[in-house]
Design a protein around this ligand. Structure first.
Ligand SMILES: NC(=O)c1ccc[n+]([C@@H]2O[C@H](COP(=O)([O-])OP(=O)(O)OC[C@H]3O[C@@H](n4cnc5c(N)ncnc54)[C@H](O)[C@@H]3O)[C@@H](O)[C@H]2O)c1
Ligand SMILES: [Zn+2]
Ligand SMILES: [Zn+2]
Length: 375
């Protein structure tokens, strides 16, 4: 396999200008990393916070943290990873360093170097980035910088996608599906027969619905502001739907749940109003699991006495435990428990990434749009 010296990437240099597709140097993996030829990269709401400037991130940078592709080069130190050139893999946005205290205890979701080096500085764990412009000047990486023809990913953060799966659609596994799995399995610790509500049924929320169903939820109530998204939610397994603009979410939930509210309310947007909705529909002793990220530093109101007297819990959940959970999420997708292909409603060429993020910010993308590098 010949790897070209340069590649196309969607680079964010300036928030005013947005994404530009440029030719940059093709990266190469260092120790404990692999290089993948990107087949597809999903467009996630979290990128919008960086593109819109609400979350500060070094620039120039390459975004895109939901990738699938083929391993084309291995860095040193992959002797015991089982990874080989030629394998198809999906990459997780949450890339554990594998060496810190949190990683040692299996809490990949709390990996400190991931936050400090990657999320704040756009680097990998040797403190440098793999991406550079043609003149050699550095380009930061948001996760693996997946909106490009090639991407370096730490070996901890990829898992093999079997040939029975559709590689392009499997791009959504490493964030939308894995985050949903983390919320259901780790955040909520959902038990068979419990009732759930999912507030905001976009890319991540749609996966929560399917995974909650697989875990045996008795009722799955989708809450969104778009009838179109709610229709998809129903197809994916929601037992009931509520449009929170035209209906009173709390009153409707009480009707559906025999006056009690739900055991678990997932919040998947990260706005004060969606927190309110999620807390409003929760039963006494219930668990609210927020996974939506705010646009920068945001706060939400919580009614103190209600939360205290009703023994309600708020359990934030970020990603999942990549090394343990990513292979399980792939298995669920391969078994048909997560209809990952149905979540992907739009395939676009890299050049249309900027325009499609705009549609996403306007709420005009159902499920997930993915950049298909073959287009
Ligand atoms: N915790 C994590 O690890 C993690 C990982 C990925 C994404 N995220 C965050 O999750 C959130 C969802 O991401 P996504 O890619 O699914 O977003 P998305 O843009 O695909 O979906 C957002 C959904 O919210 C709905 N919505 C808008 N306003 C609403 C309201 N007032 N009430 C109910 N629904 C409303 C929209 O109709 C849409 O269906 C974002 O905040 C993102 O940053 C968190
Ligand atoms: Zn994401
Ligand atoms: Zn770590």
């Amino acid at each position: 396999m010949t790897i070209p010296e340069t590649m196309k990437a969607a680079v964010l240099r300036d928030v005013e200008k947005g994404l530009e597709v440029n030719e940059i140097r093709t990266p190469h993996p260092k120790a404990g990393e692999v290089l993948i030829k990107v087949a597809a990269c999903g467009l996630c709401h979290s990128d919008l916070h960086v593109i819109g400037g609400a979350i500060d991130f070094p620039k120039p940078c390459v975004l895109g943290h939901e990738v699938a592709g083929q391993i084309v080069e291995l860095g040193e130190g992959n002797e015991h990873t089982g990874l080989e050139v030629g394998q198809y893999v999906s990459g997780a946005f949450l890339m554990p360093c594998g060496q810190c205290e949190a990683c040692a205890s299996g809490r990949d979701d709390l990996c400190a170097p991931f936050f400090d080096l990657n999320r704040l500085q756009g680097k990998l764990y040797d403190g440098t980035t793999r991406l550079a412009d043609l003149d050699g000047s550095e380009i930061a990486m948001y996760s693996m910088g997946g909106l490009a023809e090639y991407a370096v990913v730490p070996s901890t953060s990829v898992a093999v996608v079997p040939e029975s799966m559709d590689l392009v659609s499997s791009a959504i596994i490493g964030c939308a599906a894995m985050t949903a799995y983390g919320a259901v399995r780790r955040g909520a610790d959902l038990h068979f027969g419990e009732s759930v509500a999912v507030v905001a049924t976009g890319g991540v929320g749609s996966n929560i619905i399917q995974i909650a169903k697989a875990f045996g939820a008795s009722q799955i109530v989708a809450i969104d502001i778009s009838d179109d998204k709610l229709a998809s939610a129903k197809e994916l397994g929601a037992t009931d739907v509520i449009n929170s603009v035209t209906q009173d979410a709390r009153a409707e939930i009480l009707k559906i749940t025999g006056g009690k509210g739900v055991d678990v309310a997932f919040e998947a947007l990260g706005r004060p109003e969606t927190w309110t909705t999620a807390l409003d529909v929760l039963k006494d002793g219930g668990r609210m699991v927020p996974i939506g990220l705010g646009a920068g530093v945001q706060t939400a109101q919580v009614e103190i006495n209600r939360l205290v007297r009703r023994s309600q819990h708020i359990l934030g959940s970020y990603g999942a435990r990549t090394r343990q959970d990513l292979p399980e999420v792939i298995r669920m997708a391969d078994l048909g428990m997560i209809d990952y292909q149905k979540i992907v409603t739009k395939r676009i060429p890299l050049e249309e990434a900027g325009a499609t993020y705009k549609l996403l910010s306007q709420g005009k993308v159902r499920g997930r749009a993915v950049v298909d590098m073959s287009l």
